[in-house]
Design a binder for this molecule. Structure first.
Ligand SMILES: Cc1cc2nc3c(=O)[nH]c(=O)nc-3n(C[C@H](O)[C@H](O)[C@H](O)COP(=O)(O)O)c2cc1C
Length: 205
């Protein structure tokens, strides 16, 4: 189906295992903006998914519903929003473990995150670790062949900028998150149009 005849899909993956996670609240805000921009959205809350550790050699069939939902959603995504907390100077283990399951996307014409736009978000208690976390995620996304969106939102002093439910209360950061949500939809639309043109040219040739 031509991309113009379907809605782009944006999948948000993130949050920590902490109830009232600010990184999850930040993700909700960006994903809502992607929805407002016309995309179909799916939120993958890592606390809810309750993923086991990725274990090489274990097949997808052998994993439970959380892993299957994660892999299926990532496979079908045009764009992905990843939101992590900063733990000990870089991205939290729960985020990295979730991304290790992208190994199940290694086959096919578009392996891993090939052709997908990825928006990056982090929250941190201090000033520095959030930037380290998004920086480390750039390397992860590039190794997965994804296209990193050229706007990253790194929320420092998150304890001042989120409420008890994790919702972002600082409007400056809130607006940046919305811009990121809109940007990934815009960029994913551009990539889908480019692929469609290439496909048509291939058929015509
Ligand atoms: C185990 C642990 C390690 C952390 N390490 C750092 C750190 O190195 N630098 C920092 O700025 N904040 C650090 N923090 C604070 C978190 O990054 C911050 O509270 C973040 O917003 C938590 O995200 P969440 O609300 O989604 O759980 C740490 C928090 C925890 C629980």
């Amino acid at each position: 189906m031509a991309f113009r005849e379907r809605r782009l899909k944006v999948v948000g993956v993130g949050g920590t295992l902490r109830e009232g996670s600010a990184s999850l609240g930040a993700l909700r805000r960006a994903l809502a903006a992607a929805g407002e921009a016309g995309a179909e959205t799916e939120l993958l809350d890592l606390r809810e998914l309750d993923l086991p550790m990725y274990q090489p050699g274990v097949t997808l069939d052998e994993y439970g519903s959380g892993v299957k939902r994660l892999v299926g959603a990532l496979r079908g995504a045009d764009a992905v929003l990843i939101s992590t907390a900063a733990y000990h100077g870089t991205l939290a283990g729960v985020t990295k473990n979730a991304l290790d399951f992208a190994q199940f996307l290694s086959g096919g014409e578009h392996p891993y995150f090939d052709g997908k736009v990825v928006g990056l978000i982090s929250t941190a208690g201090g000033e520095q670790a959030g930037a380290n976390a998004t920086g480390a995620l750039v390397h992860v996304v590039h190794s997965l062949r994804g296209v990193v969106a050229p706007l990253m939102v790194s929320i420092s002093k998150a304890w001042q900028r989120a409420d008890g439910s994790g919702d972002i209360t600082d409007e400056l950061y809130g607006r940046r998150l919305e811009s990121l949500g809109e940007l990934v939809v815009d960029l994913a639309g551009g990539l889908a149009a480019r692929d469609e043109r290439a496909e048509l040219a291939g058929v015509a040739g």
